[in-house]
Design a protein around this ligand. Structure first.
Ligand code: NAD
Length: 311
């Protein structure tokens, strides 16, 4: 049966990845419609009307979108985090939702090290920085991205710790990190790197009380989601602890205020990328985009539901 798939990306994939996604659908004789770099939700609402499937990135798929998508059977988030999909609304309309786990993990991990090195070397300003070897890094969540960061950290000679109650401790150990018992235990270490999904449990879970426990030079790295960190309390910590650093790839509403607090230490004490640059590599775009296309074809042609998400 001929299927139509919408590639709806408010932030477009690299052209090379789009060509590869197109090729995957051409092979199955599916039609691919593109809605890239769109500026208003109305464009998305119009584009979903006649499609059987959609591939999205951070694009919001809520009840209003599903309402207009009369034929939609499956939506695939090309990437890891799926807090932008209303899973309950999908379930109510029997629409399958999937993500493409692990496909962008290495990209995010390399960005983590880019930010750590920029901060440790004082943004290359001519002054003496420090080395990462022998320092400790603790992971909040030990899924695909954390483990990819862990591999690089081990290569740098760092010591690894992790908190992930959903993974048995011996498995965490086998995957190279020392398991810790509580979130608070993570904050004994110089680097804490966030790799949990945004859930009611993790929302604003990183607060002042935890951050003030960090040793001198304590550095929080956030490539997870903006809302996992309590923003108001982060500003207070930046004010009270002149040694503390926040390296952030996921947006921060009070960016200008944070920059004013750290003054000329911007890029040393705080780094704000242009929001979610973690997965923005040609490789991750290709991996996640092709995986999404293959998952859609597998779903229609073979009934594959391996990466289905539950509400
Ligand atoms: P993943 O699903 O492989 O790993 C998430 C891990 O968090 C799992 O092991 C899970 O058990 C654990 N977890 C869940 N709730 C927890 C809790 N309350 N406490 C401790 N651990 C908990 O996902 P991933 O690929 O590693 O990605 C992690 C997150 O990073 C995503 O959900 C996404 O929000 C974010 N992400 C951001 C970018 C970016 O561009 N910056 C790219 C990829 C992923």
């Amino acid at each position: 049966k001929a299927r139509t798939v919408l590639l709806a990306t408010e932030k477009a994939f690299a052209a090379d990845a789009v060509a590869k996604i197109q090729a995957a659908f051409d092979e199955s004789k599916y039609t691919m419609k593109k809605l890239e770099n769109y500026k208003s939700k109305d464009e998305l609402l119009a584009a979903v009307a006649d499609v059987d499937a959609m591939i999205i990135r951070s694009d919001i798929v809520d009840a209003a979108v599903l309402e207009k998508a009369a034929k939609l059977k499956i939506v695939v988030r090309a990437g890891a985090g799926y807090d932008n999909i209303d899973l309950k609304a999908c379930e109510a309309k029997s629409i399958t939702a999937m993500n493409t786990p692990g496909q962008n993990a290495n990209a995010v991990a390399e960005l983590v090290f880019g930010m750590m090195l920029t901060s440790a070397r004082n943004n290359y300003d001519g002054t003496s920085g420090f080395e990462l070897v022998g320092r400790s890094i603790a992971f909040y969540g030990y899924g695909a991205v954390a483990r990819a960061v862990g591999k690089l950290a081990a290569g740098f000679g760092m010591v690894l710790y992790a908190y992930d109650p959903y993974i048995p401790k011996d498995a965490i150990k086998k995957m190279g990190a020392e398991p810790v018992d509580t979130v608070a235990d993570l904050f004994k270490h110089q680097y804490v790197s966030l790799h949990v999904p945004l859930t009611p449990e993790t929302k604003e879970s990183i607060n002042k009380e935890l951050l003030l426990k960090m040793p001198k030079g304590g550095t929080l790295i956030n490539t997870a989601r903006m809302e996992v960190v309590h923003e108001g309390q982060m500003l207070e910590v930046l004010k009270e602890r002149p040694d503390f650093c926040y390296l952030c790839d996921v947006g921060f509403k009070a960016q200008e205020e944070a920059k004013a607090i750290v003054g000329d230490k911007y890029m040393k004490r705080v780094i704000f990328t242009k929001k979610k640059m973690g997965a923005q590599t040609i490789e991750a775009n290709n991996n996640a985009g092709i995986a999404a296309a293959n998952q859609i074809v597998g779903f229609f042609e073979k009934g594959e539901t391996k990466f289905s998400l539950k509400a």
